[in-house]
Design a protein around this ligand. Structure first.
Ligand SMILES: [Zn+2]
Ligand SMILES: [Zn+2]
Length: 350
């Protein structure tokens, strides 16, 4: 089968022919319909070989952690799962990996499970391939009406931004304001969830005029140029000097962190999602305490988040802009993502 893979540390990925994997005891083979690309996929070739020891990653591995597909073959001894799996059944695969047995999984925070240090598409075989082996049925979510080819982005871009919105829902009653920083794949979903789940006014910033226009189409009340001088001042003005009740920062750069902290209202919550490696060059207590601000951060969505997103999508409530690429053109899709030219998500179709 074909698979788009990391072959060595510090080298770009490549399309390879590899053997069709057989599902072992307890495993399930998925025929991939489509796999969404994520910003994090772009960073894989820069990662150090120390990931082997630090996170348990093994090289080589197939990229891709946003998978939609069909059940293809069920291995023997599928235990602990009363659901039935039939060949050809359309499914989406939860993008984070979890054990189901630790305290975090037990509390429903399975995106915080230690098992997720290594997952499908990051350190073990993922979904940019003809087939994918699941080590258990745990991440499988059956689809009723959705096309599995475009379901992948709901499992990561969708579920991660849903998780972010869930962290601030209690702050966003009527008369409140939320700021979404970055209106790409994740931010675009967040705007839609905020519109469906909260009554807050939605402000959006992005550097790209096309993404700002799309943000308005998706439900943003105002969209501002992220490069504007005194962006925080402008946002404060738009909220009559009060500031915003929540920020969802899908960028996480020095600039977006400083802007967020400067325009948060009293009792606001700042959610850091973007891995932009930004720093805050000021005393943390001084920045947060007098306004009783809370800060939260996480990686990826939970199984429950993924189910919630797929349920909204199934009801036709979500716009999921995708650009399809044949697996032979996976490299082109990566280049387009790297140049910031995609308006929605790139989906690689085997
Ligand atoms: Zn991702
Ligand atoms: Zn766990």
């Amino acid at each position: 089968m074909r698979a788009f893979r990391m072959l060595n540390w510090q080298e770009p990925p490549a399309l390879e022919e590899i053997d069709l994997p057989e599902p072992g005891p307890g495993e399930i083979r998925i025929k991939v319909a489509g796999n969404g690309l994520c910003q994090s996929d772009l960073h894989m070739p820069q990662l150090p070989a120390a990931m082997e020891e630090l996170m348990g990653w093994t090289m080589p591995f197939t990229l891709g952690h946003e998978v939609g597909g069909w059940i293809d073959k069920v291995g023997r001894e599928l235990t602990g799962d009363k659901r039935r799996y039939e060949e050809g059944q359309p499914v989406a695969i939860v993008s984070t990996r979890s054990c189901g047995a630790c305290l975090e999984c037990d509390a429903g925070f399975d995106n915080t499970c230690d098992s997720n240090r290594r997952g499908r598409g990051y350190g073990m075989n993922g979904g940019i391939a003809d087939y994918l082996i699941l080590e258990s049925s745990r991440p499988i979510i059956p689809l009723s009406g959705l096309d599995p080819k475009i379901a992948g982005p709901y499992t990561d871009a969708g579920a991660t931004s849903y998780h972010a919105v869930a962290q601030v829902r209690d702050k966003l009653g009527s008369g409140r304001t939320v700021l979404v920083i970055g209106a790409g794949g994740l931010g675009g979903f967040a705007i839609q969830f905020l519109k469906i789940l909260t009554q807050a006014r939605i402000l959006v910033t992005d550097l790209d005029a096309k993404k700002r226009r799309r943000a308005k189409e998706l439900g943003a009340d105002a969209s501002l140029d992220g490069a504007m001088a005194d962006l925080a001042g402008e946002i404060t003005k738009l909220t009559e000097g009060r500031g915003v009740d929540a920020v969802l920062d899908f960028v996480g750069s020095d600039v977006t962190i400083a802007t967020s902290v400067a325009c948060l209202a009293k009792l606001a919550r700042y959610v850091l999602v973007g891995a932009g490696e930004g720093r805050l060059e000021m005393p943390l207590f001084g920045a947060l305490a007098s306004k009783s601000i809370s800060v939260t951060s996480f990686i990826g969505g939970t199984i429950a988040d993924t189910r919630a997103v797929l349920a909204l999508a199934d009801r036709g409530l979500l716009r999921n802009d995708v650009e399809l690429f044949d697996i032979a053109d996976a490299q082109k899709a990566f280049e387009k993502l790297a140049r910031g030219e995609l308006l929605g998500r790139a989906v690689i179709v085997p």
